[in-house]
Ligand binder design. Structure first.
Ligand code: FE2
Length: 454
């Protein structure tokens, strides 16, 4: 039995997960612990949290899996004196992306550029622990196959960049995964300006929202607009015969500037509808070509672009897909899950790895607060009451009656979605909903189910 800790230290969505071989013990995003949406940074709190949940200690860890993301500069062999210089100057230590450093150094091997002993020391990890680095898009893709029982599938990932690509295309057939696009063979190729997720983020920024944070607001706004700018987006992007998306923008700055200018003088609703419909059409075509060429009808999706629920709905309704599985932690927080799956795949080989697959029941991988939850919530206000142990029926009735309801159930969820265990809802009829649904509510109910770790 190998105890495996996975760490994603990103500029957003930092997280940690703890496995015993294929068994998930715990996973938590840094945003949940520091209460800052999509928080990046060194996930020290997450490491402490997953160990605490599992009742383990740092010295119990046998293997550590890192995404090839951020590491502080002094941990690079290329800049060993950086820490001293920063201390002398009194400046805050900054980080660098590992894959970018690897590309610059012309190596495929992270150990060539990173002082891994120093990395283990930085995280307080035992020096005996073996160190493994996962590939960004492979780590996105693997959970979309592992948590299924499929015999064949297209595994398609899309995001705003990771390990020098914005997409990966993989076919699973006859017990093997074949990469058509996006593995480390593309690490040293010129970076392609083809990211639809990045174009979506550019529109998010153009509409006055925070890019890589507020894309969901654009998806919501899209329902109220007309796609008047869609043809302009379409004129810059195209496919090759394999469904690989490309654009005619020479670099990301030109693309961003073009999109920012394009959105000027257009209503926010119309700009949102334009990019939404454009992205839906592009991904439907790209996925459709790949599924048809490779004769598969099951589709595994991951990467931040597939947080877009409207896009996913179009894919489900396209008629080209018999079954679709979207990794619930589809953003970079999910790299800690896929990174461990890549480690296990390389350790055990395809056959052993495939034998361990199972269908995911839930993603309740964080802490369960147990019996303390009820008294703690009621302590906030005498108006807060426990109302039921059957959350769905009583929540529906309470919302219908104009009340605000909180559900606290099982362990904390992993990923960007509220999937039934933790949520706060208020009826849209309530006038005070925009102020503070909980504070102004008359009734808060919760439902708690005891959860065992193992
Ligand atoms: Fe990603």
């Amino acid at each position: 039995m190998t105890t495996i800790l996975a760490i994603h230290f990103g500029i957003h969505d930092s997280a940690a997960a703890l496995f015993e071989d294929y068994a998930m013990l715990a996973a938590v995003q840094r945003e949940r612990l520091v209460r800052q949406k999509k928080a990046g940074g060194a996930p020290q709190e997450c490491i402490a949290e997953v160990l605490s949940i599992a009742g383990l200690r740092l010295e119990n860890i046998d293997a550590v899996v890192f995404s090839r993301a951020e590491f502080t500069r002094h941990l690079y062999k290329t800049d060993p004196l950086r820490r001293i210089r920063d201390l002398v100057r009194g400046s805050r230590e900054t980080t660098r992306d590992l894959s970018t450093v690897m590309v610059k150094a012309g190596t495929d091997n992270p150990f060539d550029v990173l002082n891994t002993e120093g990395v283990l020391r930085f995280f307080g990890l035992p020096s005996k622990a073996s160190v493994f680095f996962s590939n960004h898009h492979f780590a996105h893709a693997l959970p979309s196959l592992f948590y299924t029982d499929w015999n064949d599938a297209l595994l398609y990932t899309a995001d705003g960049a990771g390990d020098n690509v914005n997409y990966s295309h993989r076919i699973f057939k006859d017990g093997e995964i074949t990469t058509l696009f996006g593995d480390d063979r593309w690490l040293h190729k010129p970076y392609r300006i083809d990211s639809l997720a990045r174009a979506y983020a550019n529109v998010t920024e153009a509409l006055g929202f925070r890019p890589l944070h507020h894309e969901g607001k654009v998806t919501g706004l899209a329902a109220y607009g007309e796609p008047s700018l869609k043809s302009d987006f379409q004129s810059h992007f195209s496919f090759d015969e394999n469904g690989l998306i490309t654009s005619d923008f020479p670099n990301g700055t030109v693309m961003r500037d073009h999109i920012m200018t394009l959105c000027e003088g257009c209503s926010r609703e119309d700009a949102a509808a334009s990019v939404q419909e454009f992205v839906e059409d592009m991904i439907l075509e790209s996925v459709g070509r790949l599924m048809e060429t490779n004769q598969v009808r099951k589709l595994g999706l991951s990467g931040g672009l597939f947080a877009n629920v409207k896009l996913n709905q179009r894919l489900v309704e396209s008629g080209a897909v018999d079954e679709i599985f979207i990794v619930p932690p589809m953003g970079d927080e999910g790299l800690v899950v896929g990174g461990v799956l890549q480690f296990l795949l390389e350790r055990d080989g395809s056959e052993g790895w495939l034998d361990n697959r199972y269908r995911l029941e839930d993603v309740y991988w964080g802490r369960a607060f147990g019996d303390a939850t009820g008294p703690r919530l009621m302590g906030f206000s005498p108006k807060i009451k426990k109302v039921s142990d059957s959350p769905v029926a009583s929540t529906a009735a309470l919302l219908n009656a104009g009340k605000a309801v909180a559900i606290v159930s099982q362990r904390m969820e992993f990923g960007p979605r509220a999937l039934g265990a933790r949520t706060i809802m208020a009826s849209p009829q309530r006038r005070d909903i925009n102020e503070s649904p909980v504070k102004n509510s008359n009734t808060v109910g919760w439902h708690r189910v005891s959860a065992n770790l193992k």
